[in-house]
Design a protein around this ligand. Sequence first.
Ligand code: GLU
Length: 448
Amino acid sequence: MSKVDVKIEGMYQEVLKRNPGETEFHQAVLEVLECLGPVVVKHPEYLERKIIERICEPERQIIFRVPWQDDNGIVHINRGFRVEFNSSLGPYKGGLRFHPSVYLGIVKFLGFEQIFKNSLTGLPIGGGKGGSDFDPKGKSDDEVMRFCQSFMTELYRHLGEHTDVPAGDIGVGGREIGYMFGQYKRITNRYEPGVLTGKGLTWGGSLVRTEATGYGATYFVSEMLKARKDSFEGKTCLVSGSGNVAIYTIEKIHQLGGKCVACSDSNGVIYHEKGLDLDLIKRLKEVERRRISDYVATHKDAKYIAGGNIWDIPCHVAMPSATQNEINGKDAATLVKNGCIAVGEGANMPTTPEGVKIFLEAKISYGPGKAANAGGVATSALEMQQNAGRDSWSFEYTEKKLEDIMINIHRNCFETAEEYGAPGNYVLGANICGFIKVANAMVAHGII
Ligand code: GLU
């Protein structure tokens, strides 16, 4: 990757100054800005209209108090966020993350990435993100319900099918979306399915939305492998995490002929040489909400490595699907040394800048999250289409649409990288291709 162009460097310095301490946001901005030097040469109007400066400043940022009572009547106070980043291509769209690490810098990095990711899907959605520092781990169903109700009691006034449409992310799945939808309906007295995506299948949700991020990321890697005349057939794979994205990544890898030998959670790693038993992982995680260490009680030939590093295990394909900055420079070097040929990011920004550099220099196929994991939000947009038409599509039809979208994103990133003289560099391809569409819409809309 090139360094930030002199014409853009000052803009990056300004972002650092205006957003002190928000390191994840700085990292996400730098990755995009580093790619834009050749773009502003071709498009001087972007400089003149201050497109980059405007894109780095969210259109609106909402921060609010979320008080709730636990099962013992104790009062807790969390902080809620919604950053409505960019609405050039459509209503703000992006998930909500409930995790103790959430603060404004995380929400802004996610919201910023979301702008370009959503642009890459080719669908009419702008970029936004939200969440809270609430920790759902160990909470009862009723506690989660009370928290979600309190969160939505403040957030609802900012939402709408043409305004802002949240969905899930880490810590927010079907259960949480259900509680938030119920509260939205109660407060507004409107049955408005288009206001949230990731809904249950009997009340406006789309088939394939649950599977979409993992399936989509795997389709993206499959396309990267095809571009190097290869496939998943017989490949040993690692998938970090064991949440929604990880589970459906493993499922699709197995369907495409690969073998996933390891997954993880924040406590440790499961290594099962003959291939992971996905039905068991689904039961442990989706039904019983347990930790993956329980896997070895059923499979004595599997290993649980407490505090282990999944990237130390040799593989052909790595799909980080847990959280940001989970692959550092050393991990990336280990993966390359062990013969990894493709990395597809199911998580958002899971590789540090040092790690990205190592992947690009090694010329392995590296699919950054904003391209590789766009299948989740793309299928959210398909859910919005079905809601708008009061329709519901079959699994096969919806999955085919998802696959076509991922093939298209891959082709656009691949071709953009070639056009800008960096063949095989999907980071550059994704950032430039995602940016240009948003920039052109911003130019068209005037100074707003
Ligand atoms: N949180 C997901 C993402 O990172 C999905 C967002 C959505 O479906 O709106 O893209």
